[in-house]
Design a protein around this ligand. Structure first.
Ligand code: SF4
Length: 342
């Protein structure tokens, strides 16, 4: 009978035991992969990457777990495919999709399994008498630094004897960060071009085609970062966010208010924010509608002034910024066909 450990290895293919299983039982050389009936694993690997690009989450069903050899093998193959594409956005989206899927699955695990995964991923963590999980402060700071909600700040946490206490959900969130980092690092490893089988190249073409279709769908309007009335400070944040980088709370506010001011629809703005690692549809929708004045007291928030941007270390002026006090004034003269330099 299939052991629970094997199912767990298929459910979390980034764990060391999965790597051990694969290296013990399967010849992972690229030439061999093409010959030894890895077609199903390759197909599943393509599905993993497509899931990440389309749904921003790699789902693993009970049936996938039962096909455990295919499932375990599909993970390193997916990493090879993403490495071959050599695109930063695809790398980040794949890492995000794998880590998000793992996070959702971890929420259904027992304390024992969750602690096991945390330990294997280097997060550590011990269950105390009050049924909360404690993590060492340096580990907590390393993993939680990119979270912007106030409850993640160390000053707002219960800290005791060098440990930070948290519930299961928050602990799973920390592990998600580590999974994201692990997967992303793996996709940076170069794949020797000559050693790649043709079936892998075809798989890469299939993924690139899907990705191209997604990008074309989004490009029906001129991307804000390319519009000449987008100031360099905001274009810079937009570019980073497009690459899936985690923006600060203030940076998100700047971009959301700017998009609202440029008449982008609420749906477009939510879609843009969906690339953020901690994206949640309902939270994003609420916040964007709040900034647009659709909720709350009906107050519409404006884009912060140049002075506020400067104070927050986000002002990166170019020659067209001379004399302006507000990012929305950037490019006004240029749009009207007049020279922009004052
Ligand atoms: S001067 Fe204003 S518009 Fe220009 S980069 Fe700085 S904050 Fe942005």
């Amino acid at each position: 009978m299939m052991s629970e450990n094997v199912l767990r290895a298929a459910r979390y293919p980034f764990l060391p035991e999965t790597r051990e299983f694969v290296s013990r039982n399967i010849d992972l050389s690229l030439e061999s992969l093409e010959k030894t009936g890895s077609e199903a694993a390759l197909k599943r690997a393509v599905e993993r990457v497509k899931n990440a690009l389309i749904f921003k989450e790699v789902k693993v069903t009970a049936l996938d777990e039962l096909n455990y050899v295919r499932e375990m093998l599909s993970f390193p193959i997916a990493i090879i495919l993403v490495s071959m594409i050599m695109n930063e956005y695809v790398r980040r989206m794949y890492a995000l999709g794998e880590s998000r899927g793992a996070y959702r699955r971890m929420l259904n695990e027992s304390d024992e399994t969750l602690l096991y995964i945390g330990e294997k991923m280097g997060v550590g963590g011990v269950l105390d008498d009050e049924n909360t999980i404690r993590v060492k402060i340096p580990t907590y700071l390393k993993l939680a630094y990119s979270f912007h909600a106030p409850h993640w700040k160390l000053v707002n946490r219960a800290v005791n004897n060098g440990y930070v206490s948290m519930g299961k959900t928050e602990y799973a969130r920390l592990i998600q960060v580590e999974v994201n980092n692990y997967v992303y690092e793996k996709t940076l490893e170069p794949v020797p071009a000559g050693a790649v089988p043709d079936s892998f190249r075809r798989a890469v073409d299939e993924i690139v085609e899907v990705w191209g279709r997604l990008e074309t769908g989004k490009a029906s309007r001129v991307p804000l970062r390319e519009r000449e009335d987008t100031p360099p400070c905001i274009g810079r944040i937009i570019r980073r966010m497009e690459n899936g980088e985690n923006a600060s709370h203030f940076e998100r506010l700047v971009v959301a208010t700017f998009m609202i001011a440029r008449s982008r629809s609420i749906d477009e703005i939510i879609e843009f924010f969906s690339k953020q690692p901690d994206y949640k549809y309902s939270v994003t929708k609420y916040q964007v509608e709040h900034l647009a004045g659709i909720r709350g007291g009906g107050k519409k928030y404006s884009v912060p002034s140049c002075r506020t941007m400067l104070t927050n270390g986000l002002c990166y002026p170019d020659e067209y910024c001379k004399g302006i006090k507000h990012p929305l004034r950037y490019g006004e003269k240029n749009v009207a066909g007049e020279p922009r330099v004052p």
